[in-house]
Structure formats: C-alpha cells, structure tokens
Design a protein around this ligand. Structure first.
Ligand code: ZN
Length: 507
C-alpha cells in the first residue's frame, strides 16, 4: 500500500512534552536555515539525527541534511508553532525577548513566569555555570558566569526583580514569606531534560540576592583526557588508580576543577566491580553506581563522622570531598593504611605542599609516606575560542609581563625556550565573536602537575626533607610543574600566555 505523504511522517514533538533540545543539538542547523527550511534537529545521538520539518519532502532541505549529517537521519513532521517555539531558543534572540517582556511590566498575566523561564533558558544556551540576580537600590543586575568569568547580561526594574525571585522561590519550594534568612534548594526544570538548578537566596541591603548554579548532566564527558591531562599524566593516573589501597589527592584553590578531576577518576574506577562511596559537600553531579552522601553539619554528618561511619560499611573506594581538619586528615590516612583507596581534595598551591599540609595536620610521617600514591595539583585556564581563533605575533606587553615572572621564565628555560626569542613566533588567540561573548575564549581546560610517590620520595617524607628537595627528586622521574603544562598548552594553541599568567600567579 502506498502511503500518502502526510501519513508517512509521525508527529512526536508534542509527545516528548516539547522538551527543548540542548544548545549543541539545536545548533546542528543554524537559525537562518531553521527559518528558511522550517525544520529543526531535536535529537542527536552520535551520528543518528532526528529532524522535524513542516515539509520533510523539501529537496533542498534533504540535500542540506544529507551533506551535513550523512545518511542516518530520521524524519518527523512538525507544526508551525513548533518552529516558532524552537526559534525562541536560539540564543541571540533572548535579549530581545526579555527586553520585550520587561517593557510590558509586571502586571501582565504570566509575564513573570515567562521572564523567569527565559532567563534560565538564556543561561543554558550560553552555557553559564551560575546566574546571579543582584538587587541594587532601584534596579537589579543579572550576571552569568561563563567559563569562570562573570558577565553582566541585563538589568531588571526593581519590581520585576522581586517578582522573578518569588517565582524562582516557588519553583524551589522555598519559604515565600521569608526574606530575612538565607535559603537553599533545587529546581528541576520541566523544559530541559538533563538540567537542574541549585538555588540559594541571601538577604542584602536592597533585597534578596539569588544565585543559581546550573547543573548539566547531559554533557559531562568525564574521560580524563578531555579534562586536559597530557599522555604522561594520563599514564601516571592509570597506573596509580589500579593500586588497591592508598591516597590519591587532587589539590588546588577553590574553582580550580579539582572535584571534577576526582569525578573523572571515580569514572575510571567504576568499571570494576567494587563498592564506591563518596562524602560530598555539596553533591554536584549524580553518578550512577556510586553511593553519594551529602555532608550535613546540622545533623552532625561531617567529613570526619561520615568517614568513620563509612568505614563500617566496608567500601573499597572512598571519596572524601575535602580534607579541612586534622581529624579528617588522620582518619583518611588510617583508612588508606587499612586497605582502602581514598580519593580526596586539599587546598594547596602545588603538589609537593600536600605532603607538608598532611604533616601540619598531625598525620604521621610514616602514614603519609606509605599511603600517598599520587598527588595531582591543578588550575583551570580558558581555551581559545574555536570559532574566532587566529594567529598573531606575541604582544610586547605580554613579553614584559612574562619577564616579571621568575617562575615563568624558569619554566621556559626548562622547556628550552628563551623569552627574548618568543618575539616573532605566532600564537593562537581568539578575535572575539558571538560564540564566545566577544571574549576570545570558549570552554576551560586544566593545567596539571602529577607527583608520584616512589621509594626515594618516601624516604624524603620520612626524613622531613624540604619541598625543594622533594621536587628535585621528582624531576629525576619526569615530574614537571603545572606552569610547564600550561606553557605546553600555549605553544600548542589551546590557551594563551595571559591565561597561564593569570591562573598561576599565586604560586
Ligand atoms: Zn569566538
């Protein structure tokens, strides 16, 4: 039987509750072509693409899709209102739409619901990690954090700020009539399948300030190469993660990506049939197959008490979100001594200082020396925007800044480079475009150092050797500092001198 044209394409967008595809999926077809072809991609898994169109038989459209995605395309029919709904979710329209809503004022029914939804959708499209709604005297400022940097996105009239905050509090089931105390909660978004928000409110002089953390489970590529580890570092990690017991420490200041690194390591471990438990504050990403426990000082569930309770549960691998005090430090080394693999984080500037920190926290030399397997220290640097990158000669101002930094000059020397010979070499930078909010950067990557504890270093720890002496010994084994790792990434066009200078300035 020959099917008529109309019957041969099913309409399923509504059945999928009109969930908005992720920005990456949407961008498979640029906005202009969505308008022209009246079609959009609403699902993409690897090479499989699902396209909905008003007229799936349009030859031009079919050609375009075939050229762009190859053969594995499933076609569906779409309605006119689906196209306009989808077009709303292309990022460059958000500002205009929001401005339109603002000009309509708070009085209009449903206006605020839509405004709050648009702000969230805008943040998701820009891949913001955080959204800040900050009340000032007469207005309120909305800022997005993208790749670690805050950008002012728009201002709201004061009455709209209060209404949007009320809407967000309602979504998170917070106490609506309490403006005087900080509150926190979670918002599950109906519109986005893999995205949820953590909300926290704070009373300030001019009203309630709201911070939203965007939690995106869809694009979490936890493979460690993706985090920016070099081949050498990857090998060191793989070698140490296989040891049945001991300590693996990931170290760096707040916001250096050290927890993400631990998640990456857990992801590697998960393959084995072992019992993994974590103590986290907060639990940021749900990981399948792992017992994640949220620290809660109000119920006296601290890192130390949690660790003690966990040990009775006979886990093979434990992740302790952070070691902040002597009690936890001692307990972690003891757990490692008694046959557990313990992963944790510490705040130190570099890998070697982790040893000193443990000793300062009264962990015993013997326990520290015999349990520490691997220390990773890291920072995050922004990546040069792929869309607008171009080659330029290095700036005199940057050469001047490099010369002011002894550690950078030394690192260059170790790499066989000379500052004065950098002039004339070409480096990649971002010119600034819509994709990178004119910053020239898009996405972030880690710069690392990885210190393996071998027998000579074990002896040095027992003998309380100074950190420089330990570093010297480690270098014999191929150890290199994160500045060198960062500079390698500058020379290979992944990031810039400015980023490495900034990220490592406190060393
Ligand atoms: Zn760009």
């Amino acid at each position: 039987m020959k099917l008529s044209k109309k019957q041969s394409y099913s309409y399923i967008f509504e059945k999928r509750e009109r969930k908005v595809p992720s920005p990456e999926t949407l961008m498979c077809i640029p906005r202009e072509l969505v308008e022209e072809f009246q079609a959009f991609v609403f699902d993409r898994k690897g090479k499989k693409v699902e396209v909905a169109a008003i007229d799936p038989e349009n030859e031009l459209l079919k050609n375009f899709v075939r050229n762009r995605f190859g053969g594995d395309v499933k076609w569906f029919s779409a309605k006119k209102e689906d196209i306009s709904f989808i077009l709303k979710h292309y990022s460059r329209d958000f500002k205009e739409d929001i401005a339109k809503l603002i000009s309509m004022g708070v009085g209009i029914n449903g206006n605020i619901v839509e405004l709050a939804g648009l702000i969230i959708a805008y943040a998701v499209a820009e891949k913001a990690s955080d959204v800040h709604l900050e009340p000032l005297r007469n207005e309120s400022v909305i800022r997005f954090r993208v790749d670690g940097v805050l950008h002012k996105i728009l201002t709201l009239p004061k009455e709209m700020h209060n209404a949007v905050v009320a809407r967000l509090k309602l979504l998170a089931n917070l106490k609506m009539d309490d403006y005087r105390h900080p509150q926190d909660g979670r918002i599950e978004l109906e519109r986005f399948a893999d995205i949820s928000l953590r909300i926290s409110t704070m009373p300030t002089l001019h009203g309630e300030k709201v911070a939203l953390r965007v939690l995106d489970d869809s694009n979490k590529d936890l493979s460690i190469r993706h985090l920016g580890f070099s081949e050498q570092h990857e090998n060191i990690i793989l070698r140490n993660i296989e040891k049945p017991f001991g300590l693996i420490v990931s170290s760096g200041p707040t916001g250096s990506g050290k927890t993400t690194t631990l998640y990456g390591l857990l992801h590697l471990l998960k393959k084995d049939k072992i019992n993994i438990s974590t103590l986290e504050d907060p639990v940021e990403y749900a990981v399948d197959g792992i017992n994640q426990i949220q620290i809660n000082p109000r119920t006296n569930l601290t890192f130390a008490s949690g660790l003690r309770a966990l040990l009775r549960q006979d886990p093979d691998v434990m992740m302790v979100g952070e070691i902040r005090d002597s009690e936890t430090a001692i307990m972690a080394t003891e757990a490692a001594l008694t046959g557990h693999l313990v992963l944790t984080t510490l705040h130190t500037n570099d890998a070697v200082s982790v040893i000193t920190r443990f000793l300062e926290m009264k962990a015993e030399e013997f326990a520290v020396a015999s349990t520490l397997n691997l220390i990773i220290a890291q920072r995050l640097v922004r990546k040069v925007c792929d869309v607008c990158k171009k080659e330029v000669e290095i700036d005199d101002a940057i050469i001047k800044k490099i010369k002011e930094r002894k550690d950078i000059v030394n690192a260059l020397t170790l790499m066989g480079k000379e500052v004065n010979k950098l002039k004339g070499e070409k480096f990649l930078v971002g010119a600034g475009c819509d994709a990178c909010l004119q910053t020239g950067y898009r996405g972030r990557i880690g710069i690392f150092e990885a210190l393996e504890i071998n027998k000579p270093i074990y002896d040095l720890i027992i003998g309380h050797a100074p950190t420089e002496r330990i570093k010297e010994e480690a270098r014999k084994n191929g150890f290199y500092e994160m500045i060198i790792d960062g500079l390698e990434k500058v020379f290979s066009g992944i990031t810039t001198f400015e980023e490495v200078l900034r990220a490592t300035r406190n060393n």
